[in-house]
Write a protein that binds this ligand. Structure first.
Ligand SMILES: NC(=O)c1ccc[n+]([C@@H]2O[C@H](COP(=O)([O-])OP(=O)(O)OC[C@H]3O[C@@H](n4cnc5c(N)ncnc54)[C@H](O)[C@@H]3O)[C@@H](O)[C@H]2O)c1
Length: 367
């Protein structure tokens, strides 16, 4: 193990900490904000992020813009390390500097299309990175982790709604999806090898929305891969029109149907998962869906966004994208039973909050 080991006296004086990998990114930053807004001062937040998909607004600024704004909003400090989760020595130093109790692991590359052309980069960052993180955790006696998984692991739905007993791993069409599936399998093996481990894998459906303040939100690099930021960028005039991939699916209007879930609800789901680590039944591996249980089509999303923003969102139909499924939505009852979690925010909330962020930040954090 690299570096010095902390002596017991120093540990006694330290504040308990949650390590958030990828905490400067979209879902991570909203979860960090939620935790700081809702937890006591006896817990601190430590973020590790290599900034591959997040921003520093000014040269020389130490913290990414999302975290700087959260500190401003909450009046609390975030301990930030600009490092890669695969940098073993740097990760050891983080665990030596803080009394980390558990980890929320967001850090990953997530662009589905890019993963097809750069599979090694994706497996390196998402799978090797996760293994490195687990090794460092083990070396420091930390065995509790909340993982950012995805409904992608279910592949083409064999039945709907998708519940956690639905098979995973079959028919996955891209390295990104497979990296999420492989990580879950590794976590199952790890938990089977030693009863000390507790891993809660949260399978997000389609995260959208922004903090109700409008001060933090989703800021994808380049042309958005996901529907909601694409619609928002068309509404704000940054992109000309929305491409609707496929209009001949067996759905209400022929366009694809997804289960959109507000990022603030997701943040609450992570807090619920952290609370479960105190319960003995939560040792081992647990996969839990985070979705609303309701699907909306692309054109229903466009209509809802137009209503919330008062802007027109021009669209045109393009060919289906390989690997896209017609419909998916969650059975979220396990989250209700185990985490006491339920998505509370409506489609109108998702659109209004996205618009508040996008209209005040047409170019994301760069403005
Ligand atoms: N947003 C979605 O649609 C969605 C859906 C399902 C699952 N997820 C998962 O949720 C997690 C967070 O997604 P997001 O939308 O917030 O993505 P994001 O890109 O906004 O955030 C990820 C953060 O991780 C950082 N990062 C990436 N690789 C890293 C590495 N090797 N070391 C350190 N930091 C690294 C990036 O700089 C970024 O700030 C990801 O694991 C993603 O796969 C996202």
């Amino acid at each position: 193990m690299g570096g010095d080991t902390l002596n017991e006296d120093k540990r006694i004086d330290m504040t308990r900490a949650i390590l958030v990998t990828g905490g400067a990114g979209y879902v991570g930053s909203h979860t960090v904000a939620y935790l700081l807004e809702n937890m006591g001062n006896d817990l601190e937040i430590v973020v590790v992020d290599n900034l591959i998909n997040s921003y520093r607004s000014k040269p020389g600024q130490k913290k990414p813009e999302s975290l700087r704004i959260i500190e401003d909003m909450t009046g609390k400090t975030i301990h930030f390390y600009n490092c890669d989760i695969r940098d073993v020595q740097a990760m050891h130093r983080v665990f030596q500097n803080h009394l980390i109790e558990c980890v929320i692991h967001f850090a990953a590359l997530k662009a589905v299309g890019e993963s097809v052309t750069k599979p090694l980069e994706y497996y390196q960052a998402n799978v090797s990175g996760t293994c490195t993180l687990f090794e460092v955790m083990r070396d420091h006696g930390v065995h509790k982790l909340v993982y950012s998984s995805s409904c992608t692991v279910y592949g083409e739905p064999q039945r709907l709604p998708l519940d956690e007993t639905h098979p995973t791993g079959a028919g996955l069409t891209n390295p990104y999806g497979r990296s999420k599936y492989f990580c879950e399998e590794i976590m199952k093996d790890l938990c089977a090898s030693d009863k000390k481990w507790s891993v809660i894998s949260l399978r997000y459906f389609n995260p959208v929305g922004a903090h109700p303040s409008g001060r933090i939100g989703e800021d994808p690099r380049g042309t958005p891969n996901n529907l909601m930021p694409y619609i928002a960028q068309v509404a704000v005039g940054r992109l000309e029109e929305l491409q609707v991939f496929g209009s001949d699916y067996p759905t209400v209007d022929g366009t694809g149907v997804r289960d959109y879930v507000h990022v603030q609800d997701l943040a609450e789901g992570h807090a619920g998962a952290l609370a479960c680590f105190n319960k003995t039944e939560f040792t081992g591996f647990h996969a839990i869906n985070l979705g609303t249980g309701t699907g909306y089509s692309v054109l229903q999303m466009v209509a809802a966004f137009e209503a919330a923003s008062g802007k027109r969102v021009p669209w045109r139909v393009a060919a289906r994208r390989a690997g896209d499924v017609a419909v998916n939505y969650a059975d979220a009852s396990l989250a209700a039973r185990t985490l006491g979690w339920r998505a509370r925010r409506t489609l109108a909330d998702m659109c209004a909050d996205t618009w508040r962020w996008q209209s005040t930040h047409p170019h994301g954090y760069a403005t």
